[in-house]
Design a protein around this ligand. Structure first.
Ligand code: MN
Length: 130
């Protein structure tokens, strides 16, 4: 069964590109355009990994990460922040908010899927999966 990635990203082009690359590699992708929709989707589908844009309207990625971690069923789910290259402080703040790591925006098509795969391999319970 393919892994499901929840993509929380407000920019339509970024959403399209990330979804395309992940689906090409066999992942199932569910996307949300804002934090509220992302939190709702995460609780409903229980994704294998959450890819979280930090710059989101209304509720930013830090607040979304904290809300996701409040759900007991999502406490072990890897959350990967997507932060702007220029915003160095974002990385530390995203880790403090409960993210497991980050990747830089603009995403690099040559390394993006590999980076995501690595976060999945490191996830608790990953070694027990077939
Ligand atoms: Mn954004």
């Amino acid at each position: 069964m393919s892994r499901t990635i929840l993509l929380i990203e407000d920019n339509e082009q970024n959403r399209y590109l990330a979804t395309f690359m992940l689906e090409q590699s066999g992942y199932r992708v569910v996307s949300a355009a804002d934090g509220v929709g992302g939190i709702e989707a995460a609780g409903r589908i229980g994704p294998d990994l959450i890819l979280l844009d930090i710059q989101l309207p209304k509720m930013d990625g830090y607040a979304v990460a904290r809300a996701l971690r409040e759900n007991p069923s999502l406490q072990a789910t890897p959350i990967v922040a997507v932060t702007s290259y220029a915003m160095v402080g974002d990385r530390e703040k995203s880790l403090a908010a409960g993210c497991n790591g980050y990747i830089e925006k603009p995403i690099n098509p040559d390394t993006f899927v590999d980076e995501i795969s690595r976060f999945l391999e490191r996830a608790p319970g990953a070694e027990e999966r077939p």
